[in-house]
Design a protein around this ligand. Structure first.
Ligand SMILES: [Zn+2]
Ligand SMILES: [Zn+2]
Length: 419
């Protein structure tokens, strides 16, 4: 995990620079595809995902080494060909895992965060899940296991395969000629993120577009069908932690309310969006009548709100840098303390930007608890050994308290938020 932390120390600034380049390109072209809070929400979502991975949160119920041990029929020499075969196997696994996520109610919850933005840009690529806590992805690597692909090759290639899906989250690149027949391109992935009836659940491949053509899920981007981005049930929040569990909460409510025991059990494994008839009648959910008339989630923010959001976002990045650069030397307790600080920061300020009254209380309590912790006599050792860390944290909590109180009378109005 220390290696992964070091990789992230390079990967994160690289992603940030590319996001910045796309923003500047949008300014230059007078075609901006970013909005402030959506971008902050996307980048914060990426942070929650990397924390989950670094801390190893979740349970893996089936591992690749186990599958390989049971099933491998041949042993191949390490070569460029083996790496290529392994990469194709990972891509094949990714297609089917992605297809499962789109198709079945309970699995959609693992993936919805990636589709939750109503924009489409490089930052959206970083909206990655923290609700995929039960790991069974190795099952999709069955061909790799049978071919005896070594585990270490999968471990090296898997992050590269993931990073290779970043570049095509952009509206600034058109169709790419013959490349469209081989690789997933921005045009194809725009279709994937769109909710137009022509486009929903199409283009599920990650790197090679051949899987979609082979398994019947390919859809070309059409000139007369402009993509509308988001989810068929808009999430209406900037809080990535809530987005990760919103669908699961809806399913739980439906299961609780369903009269029939069969429905209670089967709704989890029905096609995405399926609801028991009695529940759908008693507790109707408003769908989207006309996607082209859909108002994006866009609360109105004053300068004060924007300053608060940017302040928290900058602090968040400082926390992540401090966390990653010292990851190997931190005790488990310190790692958990850092994670708690980062998660509560994201949860607090994004909810505040959603305009929730309770978020104001949450932030005040969070900053006071933070201050209390640093001024508690038992923390003398921190002050004596790490003055910079203790001072910076104290300043952060003091400023958080001050800014939250400062904007108390003018929280973003829920009534101004499109619903
Ligand atoms: Zn998807
Ligand atoms: Zn995507």
């Amino acid at each position: 995990m220390e290696v992964y932390a070091n990789v992230l120390l390079i990967a994160i600034p690289s992603f940030m620079i590319l996001v910045l380049v796309e923003i500047l390109y949008g300014v230059w072209k007078k075609n901006q595809t970013y909005t402030l809070m959506d971008t902050i929400s996307s980048l914060s979502s990426g942070t929650t995902n990397l924390l989950k991975d670094l801390l190893g949160i979740g349970v893996i119920i089936i591992t690749y080494p186990f599958l390989r041990e049971q099933l491998s029929v041949i042993t191949m020499e390490e070569s460029a060909l083996l790496y290529f075969i392994a990469f194709v196997c990972i891509d094949f696994a990714s297609y089917w895992s992605h297809r499962l996520n789109h198709s079945i109610n309970v699995f959609w919850n693992r993936h919805v965060v990636h589709h939750s933005s109503e924009e489409f840009n490089l930052a959206c690529a970083l909206r990655q899940s923290i609700s995929d806590l039960i790991g069974f992805g190795a099952l999709f690597l069955l061909p790799a296991a049978i071919l005896g692909v070594p585990h270490n090759i999968i471990t090296v290639l898997a992050p590269l395969h993931l990073f290779g899906q970043f570049w095509y989250h952009t509206r600034h690149i058109g169709k790419l000629g013959w490349i469209e027949y081989i690789l997933v391109t921005p045009s194809q992935h725009r279709v994937h993120h769109a909710i137009n009836p022509e486009y929903v659940d199409k283009n599920l491949a990650a790197i090679f577009s051949i899987w979609d053509r082979l398994f019947g899920t390919f859809q070309e981007e059409l000139d007369d069908v402009p993509c509308v981005y988001g989810t068929l049930k808009p999430v209406r929040t900037w809080n990535p932690i809530l987005i990760n569990y919103q669908h699961l909460w809806g399913l739980t409510q439906d299961a609780w309310r369903a009269k029939n025991w069969g429905d209670k059990l089967k709704l989890w494994f029905m096609p995405t969006g399926w609801r028991p008839v009695d529940v759908a009648l008693s507790f109707p959910r408003q769908g989207i009548d006309d996607i082209y008339a859909l108002e994006k989630y866009a609360p109105v923010y004053s300068f004060k709100h924007k300053l608060t959001a940017v302040f928290h976002f900058i602090c968040l990045n400082a926390f992540i840098y401090a966390f990653l650069s010292s990851f190997g030397t931190l005790s488990l307790f310190s790692q958990m303390a850092f994670a708690l600080l980062i998660f509560t920061t994201i949860f607090g300020f994004t909810s505040l930007m959603d305009g929730h009254q309770w978020a104001f209380v949450f932030e005040v309590v969070r900053s006071l608890v933070g201050l209390l912790i640093f001024f508690h006599p038992s923390q003398v050792s921190i002050w004596s050994t790490d003055v910079v860390f203790a001072s910076a944290s104290t300043l952060y909590f003091a400023l958080t308290f001050g800014m939250t109180v400062w904007m108390a009378k003018s929280l973003p109005q829920r009534s101004l938020i499109a619903s």
